[in-house]
Design a protein around this ligand. Structure first.
Ligand code: ARG
Length: 400
């Protein structure tokens, strides 16, 4: 029994997703495969990818430019939450999946497919993100994951492809696995699997090594409107251009390299290297602006939920009711997160050196509460008496 008649496949042009096409047709009885390649700014020749999809046996191959949507609706939404998984990873790969899932679902509807497919294996987070996101958007749509079931080694996969007219990768096979989009690069495998070994310089593409960075600093001013970055050095620009520009600026100064051992949702610890120049810089700047503009309690409460938010993104729950609810909260907080942050980039460091905002709570002249200068010393005494009362009472009766 065929698992589906017509399938839309998330297609990258790599070995696994290419082999998925003949595999779905020959082993699982699928009649037609539509290959969907999504442009997230990975900088590849996507027309070549499209052609490869057709040569691999797809009845139709589509390239969809989703760069603007990716940055504006996914990356910047997570930025407003200062979302860093396990305190460090700006979630570049994780944020791309729900968007690709949405485009798969949309495409399946448009071409009349009864299933969608992806090339994820059974060990990673991405399969979870795809499956759960697709289920959230269309719970009746079937999801096929051939690479999770086929049990072929890399060599066997290549050989299977060759039998079906898919050329083996021509370039010398890199030992690393890369995932790349506008928000950053994720690199794993090869020598990186030993968490004791320093990553070789060759894996990096967006950031310079410290010894190659200029000695002179670059100062950059990032302007935010309601928590969304809108301009660099006074020049307004669209989301894609802004992130591209900051990747270049920060990357040139060696900012944004992350080397971490992280906890995958499936219970495995993995060593991953990230390059996220714009992501790291933007979160740093955004946090600085929040420090200036959010009241203490809002700031503290928001910080408390940011880790939950990052976990939800990482764990494939982008389209969950909780994330929606958290976004409503964040939306409210960002109404005053408008202003400019000045950052110095130098030798691998991004340091906030200035911040200003029309909603600054720091500037007594502009703030809605006043009295900073005229702080009443006696009021402090009374405050401390009341504030410390429970502690004092406790100290009087406590047993040693
Ligand atoms: N660990 C990251 C995540 O789960 C990246 C996964 C993809 N990495 C890769 N090198 N292909 O989001």
């Amino acid at each position: 029994m065929a698992r589906a008649k017509k399938v839309v496949l998330a297609y990258s042009g790599g070995v696994d997703t290419s082999v998925c096409i003949p595999y779905l047709m020959n082993e699982w009885g699928v009649e037609q495969v539509v290959a969907l390649a999504v442009d997230l700014g990975q900088g590849e020749d996507l027309e070549a990818v499209r052609q490869k999809g057709l040569r691999s046996g797809a009845v139709q191959a589509i390239v969809q430019d989703a760069r603007e949507e990716f940055v504006a609706d996914y990356a910047f939404t997570a930025l407003r939450a200062n979302a860093l998984y396990e305190g460090r990873y700006p979630l570049a790969t994780a944020l791309a999946r729900p968007l690709i899932a949405r485009l798969l679902v949309q495409c399946a509807k448009a071409v009349g497919a009864d299933a969608v497919a992806h090339g994820c294996t059974g060990k990673g987070n991405d399969q979870v993100r795809f499956d759960v996101s697709i289920a959230a958007l269309n719970p009746r749509l079937k999801v096929l994951a051939p690479a999770r079931e086929w049990g072929m080694s890399r060599e066997e996969t290549i050989a299977y492809g060759e039998r079906h007219g898919i050329p083996a990768p021509v370039t010398k096979k890199s030992p690393y696995s890369f995932d790349f989009n506008l928000l950053g690069r994720s690199i794993e495998c090869g020598s990186l699997e030993d968490p004791w070994l320093e990553p070789p310089e060759e894996i990096y593409a967006m950031t310079r090594a410290i010894h190659d960075t200029p000695a002179e600093p670059t100062y950059v001013e990032i302007e935010f409107d309601r928590g969304v970055p809108v301009a660099i050095d006074g020049k307004g620009m669209d989301a894609v251009r802004l992130v591209t520009e900051l990747n270049r600026l920060a990357g040139d100064h060696g900012v944004g390299r992350i080397d971490m051992v992280e906890n995958r949702l499936v219970g495995i610890k993995s060593r991953e290297i990230y390059e996220c120049p714009a992501g790291v810089l933007l979160i740093l700047a955004h946090q600085a602006l929040e420090a200036l503009t959010l009241p203490r309690e809002v700031s503290s409460y928001k910080r408390g939920m940011e880790d939950t938010y990052a976990q939800m993104v990482y764990n494939g729950l982008w389209y969950s009711p909780l994330r929606g609810a958290l976004d409503s909260f964040i939306d409210f907080t960002q109404r005053t997160v408008t202003g400019t942050v000045r950052v110095r980039l130098q030798r691998g460091n991004a340091v906030v050196v200035g911040r200003k905002s029309p909603y600054s709570l720091y500037d007594a002249d502009l703030a809605t509460y006043s009295g900073g200068d005229a702080f009443d010393h006696r009021a402090a005494e009374g405050f401390i008496y009341v504030w410390g009362l429970p502690t004092r009472v406790w100290a009087q009766v406590k047993r040693s």
